[in-house]
Ligand binder design. Structure first.
Ligand code: NAP
Length: 295
């Protein structure tokens, strides 16, 4: 069997077109969803993430309030800006790009964001609601993974899923969403990590594999059941002298070998990555609808 490649760029483009249409409808009622963006410092990777998020907002018709602050911005000033955005009716979502400089307490800043504008889904209030199965802003990468699976026609209900990785931003939340008694869940989920005794034995059982270890070749073909759906979340740089940059990006899955056994597989890049920003737009529009009593 050769797997069908899940085109994350296409799924993201489809969803962004839907979001754009929804934003245009909202604008007819003078509702303009707004995202407040805060970047502290000049880390090149963070700058490019923030630029990509703002460009995606612009394309969807979402207003973005760009705040690029110097690296020596004090925690007090940053908290004051977050509070200003919490009280600004034009802002429906607040994005503080991580990591923050070492002198700023990251968790204090994330806690200061109003849960009703926490479109990254990192506030403990939203995490708690998600775990309890209540309506909440879901974190973008795990939510994007669920959407990719659903839009690729993968049945989640009753499926045997193995998640490799237990981080707070990917592994734990995606596992949680998948066990919920709802249409984003109803799966039977095993979560593996570095203390898991026999990773291969667990992964072999899976109808759906979600690899979020951050290590190339964590999932090899001998670990994959015929016909499994494989979502590769990992983004790893490996040296490649044929590239101008000197490196290329690979996932956590041995893509070339695994695609001969799986039924569906995401590439890296072009799989999960494009979904993360899409879900940020999605949450911002949801927040605008909630703020205006539309949902
Ligand atoms: P992380 O915080 O480093 O967590 C990695 C997890 O994988 C940990 O729970 C770790 O176990 C587990 N792990 C590592 N090596 C393992 C192995 N050999 N066997 C079993 N488990 C193993 O990473 P993260 O933030 O979740 O990110 C994971 C990957 O996804 C990274 O490559 C990251 O760049 C990528 N990512 C992509 C997107 C996107 O938009 N595409 C978004 C977020 C992250 P322990 O807990 O025991 O240490």
């Amino acid at each position: 069997m050769t797997a069908k490649i899940i085109d994350g760029k296409q799924v993201a483009a489809d969803m962004r077109a839907e979001i754009k249409t929804e934003v245009a409808e909202l604008k007819k009622n003078d509702i303009v969803p707004g995202l407040g963006v805060i970047l502290v410092g000049a880390d090149p990777a963070s700058q490019s993430y923030v630029t990509a998020k703002e460009k995606a907002c612009e394309e969807a018709g979402i207003f973005s309030d760009d705040n690029r602050l110097p690296a020596d911005t004090s925690e007090t000033d940053l908290l004051a800006l977050v509070e200003k955005m919490n009280n600004d009716p034009k802002i429906n979502g607040i994005l503080v790009q991580l990591p923050l400089p070492k002198h700023i307490d990251e968790s204090k800043v994330l806690l200061a964001i109003s849960p009703s504008k926490d479109v990254d889904g990192f506030h403990p209030m939203n995490i708690g609601k998600m775990v309890a199965g209540e309506k909440a802003f879901l974190p973008c990468t795990p939510h994007g993974i669920i959407k990719l699976l659903q839009r690729s026609g993968v049945k989640l209900s009753g499926a045997e899923v193995v998640v490799v990785g237990r981080s707070n931003i990917v592994g734990k939340p995606v596992a949680n969403m998948l066990i919920q008694k709802s249409d984003t869940g109803n799966a039977t989920v095993t979560v593996c990590h570095t203390r898991t005794k026999n990773l291969a034995e667990h992964v072999k059982r899976a109808e759906i594999i979600i690899a979020a270890a951050g290590r190339p070749n964590t999932i090899t073909a001998d670990m994959v059941k015929d016909g499994a759906a494989v979502i590769d979340v990992g983004v790893n740089r490996i040296e490649d002298s044929t590239k101008k940059s000197g490196f290329r990006l690979v996932g956590d899955v041995d893509f070339d070998a695994v695609k001969e056994k799986a039924s569906l597989i995401t590439p890296v890049p072009g799989g999960v990555g494009p979904m993360t920003i899409t879900m940020l737009l999605y949450n911002t529009v949801e927040s605008a609808k909630i703020a205006n009593g539309l949902v």
